[in-house]
Design a protein around this ligand. Structure first.
Ligand SMILES: [Zn+2]
Length: 503
């Protein structure tokens, strides 16, 4: 922190940025709130003059103006580079995430990433999620590429909101259109369902599809896959509706991100954007297709079917998240047979190379330490690791250390709320196995975050916790940001190292 020339405010030294004749810095005001200081041309910012600078709130208007001024504050598509998404439910974690990304090297971060479900539970808008990442980026002086993931989008309305907010990575989740019953339906039922697929939306015909698949050998590296009629019917019935939906979502996205029709929420003044616009040949967005939240695993044959059909429908995507074998529960390690997982995952990785290439995406990817090395090896690092709630858990670890009383209140509420709040999540914890806070000494509290049941119970109750303790939790983290960032950095380094390039 230094105060020279900033009207006496405490400035984050790493945030001081001089660009095109104007200097910007993030500072703490007298109440300890983060503010932006602008020295030089402050046109377009809202704020109060103080000495030689404008002291500006971290508002949406000022975030948009900053993105016009400093090109690296705008997220970009990352292509096939090894990447990691670091969901941030509190909007305070980006500096800690960047510390980890810097420490490890070789991984491109997606620093803004939130699903609509999480936005609803945290009371944040997609725009706030991007803006919070921008302020974190400015705070630590990050200037390398980063992405923004509009996660688990289910409707074209979701797309419109996230395009307007400047997202670059769009995760289409057609899971509601997957027919899980087709996994076990008998052949007669499958035959009926097959004929009833939305053939016009699929721009296809039952016989034409049959001719493309049945009996054809698909060679994928050292793997030979052959569809018989039943396998085709099963794949087509299970995923047909989802493919039609994905193609329609993709077409909508292409339309909404066309340069001429792209309505930005904030028009940059032309002189400030000169030279900072991405070239028109660069893709405006990248797509992920995720079927990870379906009930049954995606078989290698089904993966081939999904990729082949999406290609035929003109969809272009950078990563795909099958539903892998085994259990990917929130915030805890992989549950299942590691040998079976490796065998199946290797097939998915080969398919992604041969039919793409595209990245394999790993959803509910946090804390899966036992499988990271094999995932990195099998994909040859063509992978996207997606984490959402684990940053919140590490924030709670910091709270346990600096404000044990608050942690105890949060833990009590989480235990009480778990049975209701777990409904939409893949978790199997028993709240009865989480130690009650009154039985623990202060220095034992953080240990709850190392217990399977403790982690899951705290993970899925964040909506209830933020409703009751959100303001207090954020202010304790603000006052103890060093402890917060250190907890995040340590945890994310463990996630990223297995995916980083060999030294
Ligand atoms: Zn997911």
């Amino acid at each position: 922190m230094n105060t020279d020339g900033w009207g006496g405010l405490q400035v984050y030294a790493s945030s001081v940025t001089e660009y095109a004749g104007t200097t910007y810095a993030l500072a703490l005001d007298v109440e300890g709130r983060r503010v932006l200081c602008v020295r030089g041309d402050a046109t377009g910012f809202e704020g109060e003059p103080r000495g030689s600078c404008l002291v500006a709130p971290l508002s949406a208007t000022n975030a948009a103006e900053m993105r016009c001024r400093l090109p690296w504050l705008t997220p970009v598509p990352l292509g096939l580079a090894t990447s990691a998404g670091t969901g941030d439910r509190l909007g305070l974690a980006t500096p800690g995430h960047i510390h980890a990304v810097r420490a490890v090297g070789g991984i491109q971060p997606i620093l803004a990433q939130q699903s609509m479900r999480e936005n609803a539970r945290t009371g944040r808008t997609p725009q706030e999620v991007v803006d919070d990442a921008c302020w974190g980026i400015l705070q630590v002086g990050w200037r390398d590429p980063w992405g923004a993931d509009a996660d688990h989008l289910k409707s074209t309305d979701d797309i419109d909101i996230c395009v307007a907010a400047g997202y670059t990575f769009f995760t289409i989740d057609p899971g509601d259109h997957v027919d899980n019953a087709a996994h076990t339906d008998d052949l007669a039922t499958l035959r009926e369902k097959y004929l009833a697929l939305p053939w016009d939306r699929l721009r296809d015909l039952p016989d034409a599809m049959r001719a493309r698949y049945v009996g054809r050998r698909q060679v994928v590296e050292d793997l030979t896959l052959v569809f018989d009629e039943e396998a085709l019917f099963r794949a087509a019935c299970k995923y047909g509706g989802a493919l039609a939906h994905t193609a329609e979502m993709y077409a909508h996205l292409v339309d909404r991100t066309r340069p001429q029709s792209h309505a930005t929420p904030h028009d940059c003044h032309p002189e400030a954007t000169e030279g900072s616009q991405t070239s028109h040949s660069a893709p405006a967005f990248e797509l992920e297709v995720s079927v990870d939240e379906t009930e049954t695993p995606t078989s290698p044959l089904e993966h081939v079917f999904i990729a082949s059909e999406l290609t035929r429908l003109g969809v272009r995507w950078v990563s795909l998240a099958p539903r892998y074998v085994g259990r990917f529960e929130k915030g805890v390690d992989y549950i299942g047979d590691l040998d079976v997982f490796q065998t199946e995952f290797a097939k998915h990785a080969a398919i992604a190379r041969v039919l793409g290439p595209y990245k394999l995406s790993i959803h509910s990817g946090s804390d899966k330490f036992s499988i990271y090395p094999l995932m990195a090896a099998e994909t040859r690092r063509m992978a996207h690791l997606k984490t959402a709630g684990t940053s919140y858990l590490e924030a709670l670890r910091a709270i346990a250390g600096v404000d044990p009383a608050l942690f105890c209140e949060i833990l009590s509420l989480a235990i009480e709320r778990y049975d209701e709040d777990r409904a939409t999540y893949h978790v199997s914890a028993d709240a009865g196995k989480v130690p009650a806070p009154e039985t623990l000494a202060d220095d034992e509290l953080a240990g709850v975050l190392d217990l399977f049941d403790g982690r899951e119970v705290l993970h899925v109750t964040f909506g209830s916790v933020l409703d009751m303790y959100g303001a207090r939790l954020r202010s304790v983290l603000d006052e103890n940001e060093g402890a917060h960032y250190a907890a995040l950095e340590a945890h994310f380094v463990r996630h990223l190292v297995p995916f980083a390039e060999e030294a």
